[in-house]
Design a protein around this ligand. Structure first.
Ligand SMILES: [Cu+2]
Length: 110
């Protein structure tokens, strides 16, 4: 059985990007096409317990996202250890299945 899902990545209620997830039958690996986005922002809250960081991020024209403050899940939780509120950061995120953005890389910038 083949499934073809179109998942809409929603950022709060603003805009969204279309992510295609192609799931083949059990004999074939699942193929996911994920676009990643590189964005600048400022750390507002670091929540190590839940592995998330709240960021005030710049607008992301590709996604029609305005500048906003929101929580992102971070793939590598150890990257949260070096972050603190007020840090200026550059980060990259992808959308996961289901639509929640997942940060794959985050670094402070001077
Ligand atoms: Cu946002």
């Amino acid at each position: 059985m083949k499934r073809f899902l179109i998942t809409t990545l929603a950022c709060l209620s603003f805009g969204g990007a279309t992510i295609f997830v192609y799931a083949n039958d059990a004999h074939h690996p699942k193929v996911e096409v994920q676009k990643s986005y590189a964005v600048k922002g400022e750390v507002v809250v670091v929540d190590k317990a839940s592995g998330k960081v709240k960021l005030k991020h710049e607008p992301i024209p590709e996604l029609n996202w305005p500048a906003m403050t929101m929580f992102f899940e971070v793939a590598d939780k150890s990257q949260l250890d070096v972050l603190k509120a007020g840090d200026q950061v550059k980060f990259e995120f992808v959308s996961k299945e289901g639509g929640a953005p997942l940060i794959t890389q985050i670094n402070t910038v001077k």
